[in-house]
Design a protein around this ligand. Structure first.
Ligand code: PXL
Length: 286
């Protein structure tokens, strides 16, 4: 008889909101993680009709109490996970619930990716305040990798936001980011000159840093950070190195930005990532 070998499927818990229309958060994380051949399990923090960046009149269902109930039920099932990837919270209590969830559900091999979603373009998103920043800082302590955009990196470190930063500004920021307790960080949307935009990647554990830049296009695109962090998560869980994961995620996000930029009037609300997942430019888990 032919032996059939069981292949373990890896599993990632994605803790983020479901913005139904607009392509960010779970509507990005779930398909991207699945494309790696990795099981994606959502723990929704909120259900919104759209994301909040550029739409008006959106609805929002707060899932805080439901999160607690879902986690309690999951404890009775007792499943394991290879990754925990966190994003947008409605309030500090959700960040606290998530911190406790990480302690309860992670095993020594679980990769914890915290995207400290708080703001963009130099400003906090609506509804967030300085207290929320402190709650997110506590969560960063538990992360293998944090992926703040440059606004969030400055909020985490007390630095001042600018459109274009000096090298000294960035070094001060990366030094202070190490103090969050996260093992590694990728700062997204960094500009150190007028021509380029990119990623500053730091390994606080081993020391060392590398940067990835692309030509700067003046487009306000939504959801780039979600695509980047989701690919990074998939790559890390698959066992790719930090540098390999960051480069793959940056390249994939750049391909999406180029694909979306050609249709910006229709697609300002999110990245056109589906065809790129589908057409094989993306590497699968096995
Ligand atoms: O992509 C970050 C994000 C996540 N979730 C919601 C948002 C945003 C950014 O605006 O509005 C609901």
């Amino acid at each position: 008889m032919k032996e059939t070998r069981k292949k373990e499927i890896k599993r990632v818990i994605a803790i983020n909101d479901m913005s139904c229309f607009g392509k960010c958060s779970l509507t990005v994380a779930l398909p991207v993680i699945s494309a790696f051949g990795v099981e994606a399990v959502p723990l929704p923090t909120a259900i919104l009709s759209t994301h909040t960046g550029g739409f008006t009149g959106y609805t929002c269902l707060d899932m805080t109490d439901e999160m607690v109930k879902i986690i309690e039920h999951w404890k009775t099932i007792g499943f394991k996970c290879d990754g925990i990837y966190t994003g947008y919270f409605l309030n500090g209590r959700q960040a606290d619930i998530t911190a406790e969830f990480i302690d309860d559900f992670k095993s020594p091999d679980t990769k914890v990716i915290v995207d400290p979603v708080m703001g963009d373009n130099g400003r906090l998103y609506t509804g967030f305040d300085a207290g929320f920043v402190e709650d997110i800082k506590k969560l960063c302590k538990k992360a293998h990798v944090i992926t703040p955009n440059i606004t969030e990196a400055m909020l985490l470190t007390g630095g001042e936001y600018r459109e274009v930063f000096s090298r000294d500004d960035i070094s001060r920021c990366t030094d202070a980011l190490g103090d969050t307790g996260a093992k590694k960080a990728v700062i997204t949307g960094v500009r150190v000159n007028e021509r380029e935009i990119g990623y500053v990647c730091c390994d606080f554990e081993k020391g060392g840093r590398f940067e990835i830049y692309y030509p700067y296009e003046n487009m306000r695109l939504h959801g780039c950070g979600d695509v980047f962090a989701s690919i990074l998560c998939g790559e890390l869980v698959k066992g790719e190195t930090f540098e390999g994961s960051a480069r793959a995620a940056a390249d994939f996000t750049e391909e999406c930005i180029i694909a979306t930029g050609g249709d910006i009037e229709n697609h300002w609300y999110g990245l056109k990532f589906e065809r790129l997942l589908e057409n094989g430019s993306f590497r699968h888990a096995d």
